[in-house]
Write a protein that binds this ligand. Structure first.
Ligand code: NOJ
Length: 506
């Protein structure tokens, strides 16, 4: 399938490229950058939500699934974008947010209008709440003054969860998917698809030793797999080439596998790399071994260090160090798996940091700030909020050095941006020439040096401060990087914080 070795590129629309100078990225901005993306070498774009939305959660609170928010452009412009991308042989997948709708969605407005509403059961209502907590903090239940019941929202109170037990909801979702398939999209990223409420037990969640709630009864519920399998089978009946990826916010391999095995998604995001808080080589090795295990079972992992939900790898993992950053680029591109890059990553974009509460746009960070303010100073609360602030990776892309801020500040441009861009282009090119990478073997971590083999390439990533000597079992030549082969070819020396890719002579 086309997606098996693809390099995807996530576009967080409001921060990507602004074509009309209103400080908000838009569809035409993306269209104007298509040739740039082609030159980078990407195969597919993942568009984050562009639907009409009150933007409490920046578009993940959808109020119309079959339209484009006027801030971003029009449906016609989106169709033209899809057409132009296809001309360049770039596929487009879109984010679909079916766990919840905005409370401004006509479905919810109708459901909330009366207990007798025909759409009442499209959402989840109870006379009294249980202890479930929202993933953005606070109770997951909000009281509706008009009908005197609580509705469930696993995220913000403006994001009401749909009731996936209701057959009409499933039907309505299929219609939305049909709509986008007819417009030519090539796949879907299913947002928090493990949160679907598919049973009605509503048992209280247990509390862990650290005092935090364990989300036992509100995610990954029995029944979810059957529901999603039906959905995926229906999609493949429409067109087997359509790609589906599940977002389940997990780094648990067996859980990730269950969403492909049982729910029939093509793949599910593996969050290990994304949730790594700092460079952790043991963890990187463990993950590489998981990729190996998946490959043996014919499953294709996802590879990503960055997205709109986490601090950028430039700060988080590479600690602002180009030498380290390049090693991550190699890992994400010259490896077994589907690569997902996040806008700006290919230029080494850095985190944007809010300087005050007024700067914060992310609802999760706002909530954290308010909570912290109850027990600490404004300055400390800001520090705490910035620890979880998803705005960090959402700064406007700095296409040049004198770009103005927009709806959010600018993600600082990397002084080495051009250099990093060249590196990404080279690696993507190499991925195309040497791939597809179907296997991964010989995974080894020695001190700070991770090495592995994919097909006939040997990759050595030396994260350490000392040069390493790596014995070679077979004859190889240097394909990429800074290793020096010994004259007898039995050894390669890789300098500190450098990589080497060798190609086996077959
Ligand atoms: C996951 C998305 O990536 C995130 O940005 C959003 O806030 C939640 N799902 C809720 O839709």
């Amino acid at each position: 399938m086309w997606w098996e070795n693809a390099v995807f590129y996530e576009i967080y629309i409001p921060s990507f490229a602004d074509s009309d100078g209103d400080g908000i990225g838009d569809i035409e901005g993306i269209r104007s950058r298509l040739s740039y993306l082609k030159a980078v070498g990407i195969d597919a774009i993942w568009l984050t939500p562009f639907y009409p939305s009150p933007k409490v959660d920046n578009g993940y609170d959808v109020s119309d699934y079959c339209a484009v928010d006027p801030q971003y452009g029009s449906l016609e412009q989106l169709m033209r974008l899809i057409e132009d991308a296809h001309q360049l042989e770039i596929k487009i997948i879109i984010d679909v947010v079916f766990n919840h709708t905005s409370t401004n969605h006509p479905w919810f407005i109708e459901a909330a209008s009366s207990k007798e509403s025909l759409k009442r059961d499209w959402y989840i209502w109870r006379d009294s709440p249980n202890n479930w907590e929202s993933f953005f903090g606070g109770s997951a239940w909000s009281f509706d003054e008009i009908t005197k019941q609580y509705y469930y929202h696993s995220f913000a109170k403006e994001q009401a969860d749909l009731n996936w037990q209701n057959k009409e909801v499933k039907q309505a979702v299929l219609q939305v998917i049909q709509f986008w398939l007819e417009l030519g999209v090539d796949g879907f990223r299913f947002d928090v698809i493990n949160n679907l409420t598919v049973n009605d037990q509503f048992s209280d969640n247990p509390i862990g030793e650290d005092g935090r709630q364990i989300h036992r009864y509100d995610v990954n519920q029995s029944g979810i797999m059957e529901t999603l399998k039906e959905l995926n089978e229906w999609i493949k009946e429409q067109n087997p080439e359509v790609f589906t990826v599940a977002e389940i916010s997990s780094d648990n391999l067996s859980l990730i596998n269950s969403y492909t095995d049982e729910a029939h998604f093509d793949t599910a995001f593996h969050f290990n790399l994304g949730s790594m808080k700092h460079l952790d080589l043991q963890n990187l090795q463990k993950l590489t071994k998981e990729f190996q295990e998946m490959s043996k079972q014919n499953k294709i992992p996802t590879l990503f260090f960055n997205s709109h939900d986490m601090s950028r790898s430039w700060n988080r993992l590479a600690n602002n160090d180009y030498s380290l950053y390049q090693l991550f680029a190699v890992f994400v591109l010259i490896n077994r798996g589907i690569s997902f890059l996040f806008q700006g990553e290919e230029q080494g974009a850095a985190d944007y940091e809010a300087q005050s509460f007024e700067d914060i746009r992310d609802i999760q960070a706002k909530n954290k700030y308010r909570e912290m303010l109850l027990s600490m100073s404004e300055e400390q609360a800001l520090l705490e909020a910035n620890q979880v602030n998803r705005d960090r990776s959402r700064g406007m892309i700095a296409w040049n050095n004198d770009q103005d801020a927009g709806w959010i500040g600018i993600g600082p441009r990397n002084p080495e941006a051009d250099h990093i861009l060249t590196l990404y282009k080279q690696l993507i090119q190499l991925r195309k020439e040497e791939g597809p990478f179907q296997t991964i073997n010989m995974i080894k971590l020695q001190e700070a040096c991770l090495s592995y083999q994919t097909e006939n390439l040997h990759i050595i990533l030396n994260f350490g401060k000392r040069k390493v000597q790596h014995p070679l079992q077979v004859k190889m030549s240097t394909l990429f990087g800074r290793g020096t082969l010994s004259t007898d070819g039995n050894l390669v020396q890789v300098p500190p914080k450098a990589c080497w890719i060798g190609k086996e002579h077959l």
